[in-house]
Design a protein around this ligand. Structure first.
Ligand code: ADP
Length: 431
């Protein structure tokens, strides 16, 4: 029977025993002796119960406690109940842990749990396979003692895990791993490693394919363009071939500009780690950009240039010029004649900012995040008319990436847009 004994009940029991002893002593005429002998017997009995409890707690292998007697029954049963509760809780925790481990083992990526000082606490089987860990020998080892790539050590030292890291696998140089680290639990870290060799190869094949095809298309298009020009000059204006020839010429020019842009994008993508030690002469660059813009805008637009020509930056002139020129030509192409285009290059708190603001067609908010995707166009019909390929902003994005910058777009449909980017302070030329 599971029963707890209240303090009141215990005192009542004790009073009854003492009263009974007094009565017995009174009856046999030995009150003091009876009370002393009775108390000693009571003490012996209690010590016996303590000894049984002690034996059960420390030596006995049985789960159920011995039958407690008297006031000890509640104590024995209470401890038994507590033990049962703990056993159930441990069981629940063990099954939870088991399920977590099963889940972590079922992950398609290598998973490693690290403490705040990068010591390995646990890893799944895939981590042993992909990262070459030996378990349980590597338990407690610092992870950078096992993954010894310098980029990985720097990545840990920096402590900025926003962007994943790509390193060759410690098991095989030919395999490429993408490493992600995230905070996990109480000051622990979860490291996930994924084999991206195949993805990387496919990406390389895609880039090569685009670059090769674009290159191969260049010559036939130039030949076509040349013959079309000759045929056009041979036909009179009134000839019924004049219109189809003009259309063919227009489409060939469009294809040529698309091929040029694809090649430019491939070149920028292939540049990999770029040398940012060269100083770009912004004065010269803006003169070229101004001439280009004026040639494109003719007298149809109001152009305003507000550029701090002394504000030079470190970077690759060709890529920066390509980024700025794409933004300016877009502003002109997506603004109706009569519109106003403002171009500025000025010092801001974070570095130097280039901005192009137009009062053109504007862009609806749902398109803004996708503008820099290759071939993404908000309005295909309009873009075809303006000769767009959907590659301009992809080129801008890559060129800016190389300068640790990104494109910022604010726009309102029907009112106009501002396309801008900031070159951070460390890339500014010190004066
Ligand atoms: P495209 O060659 O088609 O212009 P881009 O990559 O340069 O390709 O631009 C992608 C899309 O972004 C364009 O199709 C156009 O819809 C939109 N866009 C770019 N610049 C502007 C702008 N200044 N105003 C309005 N829309 C713009």
């Amino acid at each position: 029977m599971l029963e707890s004994y209240s303090g009141y009940r215990l005192i009542l029991r004790l009073s009854l025993i003492i009263t009974a002893l007094f009565l017995l002593g009174y009856m046999i005429g030995q009150v003091t002796g009876t009370v002393i002998i009775g108390t000693i017997l009571l003490l012996v009995w209690h010590y016996r119960q303590i000894a049984r409890l002690n034996f059960w707690l420390w030596k006995d292998r049985r789960i159920t406690p011995p039958q407690g007697q008297g006031s000890w029954e509640g104590v024995f049963n209470g401890i038994y109940r507590l033990q049962g509760k703990n056993r159930r809780r441990v069981g629940q925790l063990a099954s939870l842990l088991g399920r977590f481990r099963q889940g972590a083992e079922a992950l398609p990526d290598a998973a490693v749990v690290l403490d705040s000082t990068y010591n390995i606490l646990w890893c799944n089987k895939l981590a042993q396979l992909v990262l070459g860990f030996v378990w349980p020998q590597d338990n407690g080892q610092r992870i950078d003692n096992l993954i010894r790539h310098p980029d990985f050590s720097n990545y840990l030292k920096k402590g900025d895990y926003e962007v994943p890291l790509e390193i060759p696998s410690p098991v095989s140089e030919n395999r490429l791993l993408e490493i992600r680290i995230m905070s996990y639990g109480d000051r622990q870290l979860l490291l996930m490693a994924r084999d991206v060799t195949r993805l990387n190869q496919l990406e390389g094949m895609r880039k090569d394919f685009v670059a090769n095809v674009s290159h191969e298309l260049k010559t036939p298009l130039t030949v076509l363009q040349g013959y079309l020009e000759i045929m056009q000059s041979m036909e009179g204006d009134g000839s019924h071939n004049a219109k189809p020839l003009a259309l063919m010429q227009q489409q060939t020019t469009r294809m040529q500009s698309m091929v040029e842009q694809l090649l430019a994008l491939s070149r920028i993508e292939a540049a990999g780690d770029v040398d940012l030690t060269q100083v770009v002469n912004m004065q010269f660059m803006f003169e070229v950009l101004k001439e280009e813009a004026q040639a494109l805008a003719l007298d149809d637009y109001t152009l305003s240039f507000d550029c701090d020509k002394t504000l030079n930056v470190h970077g690759i002139e060709l890529q920066l010029r390509s980024a700025c020129s794409n933004l300016i030509s877009n502003a002109i192409r997506y603004t109706a004649p009569g519109g106003h285009i403002a171009i500025s290059w000025k010092r801001v708190a974070a570095g130097a900012e280039f901005a192009v603001t137009d009062n053109g067609v504007g862009i609806a908010p749902q398109h803004i995040s996708r503008l820099t995707e290759r071939f993404y166009r908000v309005d295909n019909a309009r873009s075809s008319k303006t000769g767009g390929s959907g590659l301009g902003l992809a080129i801008v994005k890559h060129a800016l990436n190389h300068h640790h910058s990104e494109l910022l777009v604010t726009s309102e449909l029907g009112k106009g847009s501002t396309f801008s980017f900031v070159i951070a302070l460390p890339l500014l030329e010190s004066q």
